[in-house]
Design a protein around this ligand. Structure first.
Ligand SMILES: [Zn+2]
Ligand SMILES: [Zn+2]
Length: 254
């Protein structure tokens, strides 16, 4: 579809079903996001420095350089090779988009969250040519929500950036319905997800059919707090034979 026609369709859609900026309520916001106006989008903190390249932890201000390793991964190395997130969680727009997608059935929010991923300077480098593995939900939660929010965002990223040649595959299954991590400290989080994931049949197929050129996997999640979940996922993938496993998240939460 050409851009002019797309714009016309959007104008018609906005007339019949006005969109609103998720943060301030402004009607039919123009700009690079569908549901955030430019001034609310300017409040998003895109991570461009000050993070640990190994585990993705924020260790200094955004203007500081990236570091190769931090005190936390010096103590215990995560199973993935490296991790990064696109944005720091906390501005109103990000919070509301993610909340709509996770708890309000708002699948429309996935495209804007994918745009945030692609706007980060590091994303292309992480995602190019990778096999993206969304962190799976347990089937009881999947039944309630009808979709895996991380998978929806990953699919939008692939669709918006076809030049990155991203593939998406559900390489893992969640065999245990873990309790929510929100109130847990670092050690409790690690214990909470231990043994929660197993390899999917699809992953076994890929390991067999692509054994001469095993693809690089990027575990993809909406929010990273500690690296416990991603590390547990990477452990299962590495033990199964995936050698290069990285992790990329939309948001890093402090
Ligand atoms: Zn706004
Ligand atoms: Zn680190």
């Amino acid at each position: 579809m050409n851009t002019g026609f797309k714009n016309l369709l959007r104008l018609c859609a906005d007339f019949f079903a006005p969109r609103e900026c998720m943060a301030c309520g402004k009607t039919n916001p123009k700009g690079e996001f569908g549901y955030l106006c430019p001034s609310c989008a300017a409040k998003i903190y895109f991570i461009r420095g000050g993070a640990c390249l190994r585990c993705g932890e924020i260790v200094a201000s955004n203007n500081a350089p990236f570091v190769q390793s931090c005190s936390s991964c010096a103590l215990e190395k995560p199973f993935f090779n490296r991790a990064a997130s696109a944005c720091l969680y906390g501005d109103k727009g990000s919070e509301r988009l993610l909340f709509a997608l996770k708890y309000g059935g708002g699948t429309f929010a996935a495209a804007d969250l994918a745009r945030m991923v692609l706007k980060n300077n590091n994303a292309a480098n992480f995602l190019k040519g990778a096999l993206l593995c969304p962190v799976p939900l347990h089937k009881s939660r999947l039944r309630k929500r009808n979709y895996n929010q991380s998978e929806l965002i990953a699919r939008k990223v692939a669709e918006l950036a076809p030049f990155l040649n991203i593939r998406i595959a559900n390489l893992l299954e969640r065999r245990r319905n873990t309790r929510t991590q929100t109130s847990l400290d670092k050690a409790q989080r690690a214990a909470n997800v231990r043994g929660a994931f197993s390899l999917s049949a699809g992953a076994r197929d890929i390991l067999k059919t692509e054994r001469n050129n095993i693809p690089r996997v990027v575990i993809f999640d909406d929010v990273m707090t500690t690296s416990a979940t991603a590390s547990e996922c990477a452990k299962v993938l590495k033990r199964a034979g995936f050698e290069a496993v990285d992790c990329f998240c939309v948001f890093k939460r402090l």
